[in-house]
Write a protein that binds this ligand. Structure first.
Ligand code: 8YV
Length: 320
């Protein structure tokens, strides 16, 4: 192609990503770094051949229906694509790609952090030291739940679930998982398969969510399922807020049935859930699972690799 394709980058990606994009594309970056609105996306479809969005831009069927014909590819800077109505984009002949693999370790690291922090009173402990309120110590003070050797239930044994299991093995955890289908033995590494979520929950002293948000998984962790967890279980979510019925989780935490939770994802983002803020047994982070320098570069490069393939007339590696 003699003229460089015109590319809109919706958010402030890593410097290395932006430099490579500027070298290879006629690129416009949203330097304001605000989420692209429906109007922004519709306008971009007339001015650009390609968009690299984040999960903060919502390609709903209603928005896609108003697209101009110019836009040819949405090369997501994310592994999750629940912000994209894939059938609607496909019906318009727009290619969609994502960035699997490259963020699995960073996300699994955050899941380990949340699991440990939730299990060992990280929020209350940090607060009392930080505020000078630490005026007492006793062997019965801030006693938490031991991770080493405990049973871990993983919902969604894809790339991130497997990366989390690898790290959890360092804590000698007994790993169980639910997935639509069992994974190959070399990937399961001895983890026990459960054919239903219900069966998994019964053994999950620690439960970590690693499945995509789809209409089928929305509200997956509801009051009935939370009740199936062993008393004193710890719940971790680094996948998507939509997987959890937040009111039911709060009730389970307040009753003590669930001892603690570690959450990087919320139904409402940005913002989170103000009702969670009063609970020091909830360790929360603002959706930063993949936010390391190495992983941000890798995600940006993976999105650009997909674009390069597309504009070279090849099938992008991560075409959905
Ligand atoms: C990203 C994510 O931070 O990749 C995903 O699906 O949720 C996060 O890791 C975000 O989507 C970046 O665009």
């Amino acid at each position: 192609m003699s003229q460089k394709p015109r590319l809109w980058i919706t958010r402030r990606l890593s410097d290395a990503t932006l430099a490579r994009a500027a070298r290879d594309y006629d690129v416009v970056v949203n330097e304001a770094d605000t989420p692209g609105t429906a109007a922004d996306l519709i306008a971009a479809s007339a001015d650009f051949d390609a968009v690299v969005p984040c999960h903060s831009e919502h390609f709903s069927a209603e928005v896609v229906a108003q697209f101009a014909p110019r836009l040819k590819i949405v090369a997501n800077h994310s592994v999750g694509v629940d912000h994209c109505d894939l059938p609607a984009l496909k019906a318009r002949g727009i290619a969609v790609t994502n960035t699997p693999d490259v963020l699995s370790d960073a996300t699994a690291e955050i899941a380990i952090l949340l699991m440990l922090g939730a299990a060992r009173h990280a929020v209350a402990g940090d607060r009392i030291v930080r505020t000078g309120a630490w005026d007492f110590w006793s062997p019965s003070f801030m006693v938490g739940k031991q991770v080493t050797g405990a049973r871990l239930g993983i919902i969604g044994m894809g790339r991130v679930g497997q990366a989390f299991a690898r790290k959890a093995r360092g804590f000698e955890m007994e790993i169980h998982y639910y997935n639509r289908n069992p994974v190959a033995d070399d990937l399961a590494q001895g983890a026990t398969y459960h054919a239903s979520v219900e069966s998994l929950l019964g053994v999950a002293d620690f439960l970590s969510l690693h499945c995509p948000a789809t209409p089928a998984t929305k509200g997956l962790l509801n009051a009935e399922r939370l009740a199936l967890l062993p008393k004193g279980a710890v719940v971790v979510n680094t996948a998507r807020g939509a997987l959890v019925d937040e009111a039911a989780l709060l009730a389970a935490l307040q009753s003590g049935h669930v001892a603690a939770a570690g959450l990087d994802c919320f139904v409402t983002e940005p913002g989170g859930n103000p009702a969670f803020a009063t609970q020091e047994n909830i360790f929360m982070l603002p959706h930063i699972g993949s936010a390391t320098t190495k992983t941000r570069d890798a995600m940006g490069f993976r999105a650009l690799d997909n674009l390069d393939a597309f504009f070279a007339g090849k099938s992008p590696k991560d075409l959905l």
